[in-house]
Ligand binder design. Structure first.
Ligand code: C2E
Ligand code: CA
Ligand code: CA
Length: 702
């Protein structure tokens, strides 16, 4: 029997190659498992080549470490065959672990096939020595070597499958696993070697024509290390690239998400926009249809927002909107939807138990919105008008629900703002009415359907009469007398206000001239100007020619513009008012206290009079906030040398109090309602004689 010996450094080296081959194989499974498309193919082919070469060269280095007291060599053909076996085996192993699942039966089958393959490779490698007489194998050790091959293959497959995805610790785990796998491969090899018995007198057939040991060792070592290193480097680079791609993919997904968010949300308030609202609304309808229940749709429109915008600019307006949006959002539950659908319009979808619940919610919201706030260093305050539609009941689809809530909102606006209205079917009749009204309005001037009523202004507390405010009425053929609030907004919107306004001015001047001729030398007539009229470029000319036409002195005419109109475009307002005032016409600032005049502009405004808004007067009580405001306005007017008029005086108490506060003149139902021109003169006459009579009583009694 020939006794073999081992070169210990080559044994160690064979172990290192086994570990390196195992690590490369594990790393490559990571690539294959995460690659897609054709790349899987290439990784599999390349991986099998690298891994096969590694395992085979480990085996061969192990063979080279072994020497017998006779010269040894290897048959190139059989050696090549054992390399092919190693590569095929590796391909099979890689394919197995890169499947989505690795059930037990497949693992066992894989272990058997692979173990058999490893054994085949090993023993065909041995056969490459072409020993004569043939090598005999110790059956127990041979069996042990095959068993080790099968068990090691099974363990390798299982570990590789577990570690195939790249994770946080996979690198370390793979290194550990590679050492275990390398040890198993080496163990199988050397067990197989111990099983081999070389009878005495054997000689190696391949030693004559085969490849020499030293040369072979060199080629194998260099080639193996090269193949394994290249495979590893490519794998690591690819992982880098892949993780960079996945970072890119993540940021792309994020960008996409942001874009969708932008497309569905309002930029300013971050609330859902109309598109998202409609989607939520249709979902809400579907849910109710399926599961029952009720929801309310509220259309919320801010009152007085435009005035804030005009007075302080868009920046403050925007800040206010953001603030209001937060307050609305804060007063509803998380599952309710609040959307912004227009400049100062919001919509709320809220689940409720019964339709009447919506009222409480609306009230709460009005209360929230009404609170005064500080934005950009200014105290501002708005209110809201809310229209409510309820599902089921007030519409069959998103569109109907929205338009019905909108119609109800208009009702809330018309009924004095800062309030809410439930939708009613009759409101639609109103939309139709509005269209009809618009058509009628176009014909009204030609048909001479307009009339002016006059409301007297008195010197506080009760006279004499200082003049009249001309208030427009529309004598509609079928509707009767239509009040201005019902058609002036429409006339504004359609631009009809300009010719109508010219008619009013002409008629008021004509009437004033008549009164002058009748001896009322100290009266003036006041005419209201709407925003569109005031902004119209022909205004100054029209006023001039109208005065001339009736040969009327300008100081007999007062033009009333509201505070918010005057403040809308301050510089232009100053220029227009300057021209009118230079002409000698009186300027009165109407509805004063509701807008946001800055004191600075007020000082430059060539006005002659401030009219305290009706709202303050009606709320007047001795210790109220409104009393303080009225008193402040009176003080302001006196400092700026302006006359103060209080309008909407309805009670004697108000009359006395306003007089005491220092108002110059009073106007209101208590002293005289708006009446036709004929009745005006007799009413004024009656008021004068009544005053004379009471004055007489006073003198008599004193
Ligand atoms: P305004 O300029 O504030 O006019 C005063 C309104 O208050 C008038 O309503 C008048 O009837 C009402 N009023 C007067 N005294 C009292 C009172 O004691 N209590 C109450 N509750 N109300 C009182 P009217 O005539 O319905 O006019 C409403 C608004 O329509 C006017 O408000 C004005 O802005 C506008 N308007 C009226 N005539 C014209 C016009 O010829 N041209 C333009 N552009 N607007 C007009
Ligand atoms: Ca007025
Ligand atoms: Ca007014």
């Amino acid at each position: 029997m020939l006794v073999g010996s081992y070169d210990s450094s080559l044994v160690v080296f064979s172990f290192l190659v086994a570990v390196l081959a195992s690590y490369t194989a594990l790393d490559l499974t990571g690539r294959i498992a995460t690659a897609s498309g054709r790349a899987v193919h290439w990784w599999l082919v390349g991986g099998a080549g690298a891994m096969g070469t590694g395992i085979w060269s480990m085996h061969f280095i192990g063979m080279l470490a072994f020497s017998l007291p006779i010269p040894l060599g290897y048959d190139p053909l059989i050696t090549g065959l054992s390399l092919l076996i190693a590569i095929a085996l590796s391909a099979f192993a890689l394919w197995t672990v890169c499947q989505k699942t690795l059930p037990w039966d497949r693992l066992v089958l894989g272990a058997l096939v692979m173990g058999a393959g490893v054994a085949c490779m090993h023993y065909s490698g041995m056969a490459a020595m072409r020993m004569t007489p043939g090598i005999t194998y110790d059956p127990a050790l041979f069996g042990a070597s095959v068993l080790i091959a099968v068990i090691a293959s099974g363990a390798a497959l299982w570990i590789a499958f577990q570690l195939r995805r790249d994770g946080e610790h996979t690198r370390k785990l793979r290194m550990g696993a590679a050492v275990v796998m390398g040890a198993a491969i080496v163990g199988m090899h050397y067990t197989g070697m111990f099983a081999a018995q070389f009878p005495a007198g054997s000689f190696c057939g391949a030693a004559l024509h085969g490849v020499s040991n030293v040369w072979l060792a060199f080629v194998i070592i260099v080639a193996t290390i090269a193949v394994l290193s290249i495979a590893l480097i490519v794998s690591i680079l690819d992982l880098r690239f892949e993780s960079r791609t996945s970072v890119l993919a993540v940021s792309l997904a994020q960008a996409n998400q942001e874009l969708t968010h932008l497309a569905l949300h309002d930029n300013l308030t971050k609330l859902p926009n109309r598109v998202l609202l409609e989607d939520r609304l249709s979902q809400a309808i579907k849910t109710i249809d399926r599961e029952g229940g009720t929801f309310a749709l509220m259309f919320i429109d801010l009152d007085g927002f435009k005035a804030v915008n005009d007075a302080y600019g868009h920046r403050i307006g925007d800040l206010l909107l953001v603030d209001v949006a937060q307050r609305i959002r804060g007063s509803v539950r998380g599952q309710d939807t609040v959307a912004r659908v227009g400049g100062d319009e919001f919509v709320l979808i809220a689940q409720i138990r019964s339709p009447s619940d919506a009222a409480g919610l609306a009230e709460q919201m009005l209360h929230e919105i009404e609170k005064p706030v500080q934005v950009g260093g200014h105290d501002v305050r708005v209110s809201a008008s809310i229209g409510i539609s309820v599902y089921p009941g007030d519409g069959a689809n998103e569109h109907e629900l929205l338009s019905n809530a909108d119609a109800a909102m208009y009702y809330a606006k018309a009924s004095g703002r800062n309030t809410f209205c439930y939708f009613e079917t009759s409101m639609h009749q109103n939309v139709h009415n509005q269209l009809q009204l618009q058509q009628d309005l176009r014909k009204a001037l030609v048909r001479r359907e307009f009339v002016l009523h006059y409301q007297p202004k008195f010197r506080a507390p009760d006279g004499p009469v200082l003049g009249a405010e001309a208030l427009l009425r529309w004598q509609h053929p079928s509707r009767g007398l239509v009040p201005p609030n019902d058609f002036i907004p429409l006339a504004e919107k359609t631009g009809l206000i300009v010719p109508i306004g010219e008619w009013v001015l002409n008629e008021a001047c004509r009437q004033m001239k008549k009164w002058l001729d009748e001896g009322h030398a100290d009266w003036t007539v006041a005419v209201n100007l709407s925003p569109a009229q005031f902004a119209h470029s022909g205004l100054v000319d029209t006023v001039g020619t109208t005065l001339m036409r009736h040969d009327l002195k300008p100081h007999h005419l007062t033009l009333e513009i509201t505070e918010s109109t005057a403040m809308r475009d301050v510089e232009t307002s100053l220029a227009t008012l300057g021209e009118l005032s230079a002409m000698g016409v009186n300027i009165s600032i109407d509805d004063f206290g509701t807008g946001y005049s800055s004191l600075l502009y007020l000082k430059r405004l060539p006005a002659t009079e401030l009219k305290i808004d009706r709202g303050f007067v009606s709320e007047l009580a001795h210790d109220s906030e409104d009393a303080a405001i009225v008193s402040a306005i009176v003080g302001l007017g006196q400092t700026l040398n302006l006359k103060i008029v209080a309008e909407g005086v309805e009670t004697q108490e108000q009359q006395e109090f306003l007089t005491a506060l220092g108002c110059d003149s009073l106007q209101g139902f208590l002293l005289g309602k708006p009446v036709s021109a004929e009745r005006f003169v007799s009413m004024a006459g009656a008021a004068e004689s009544e005053k004379a009579r009471t004055a007489g009583d006073v003198t008599q009694s004193s």
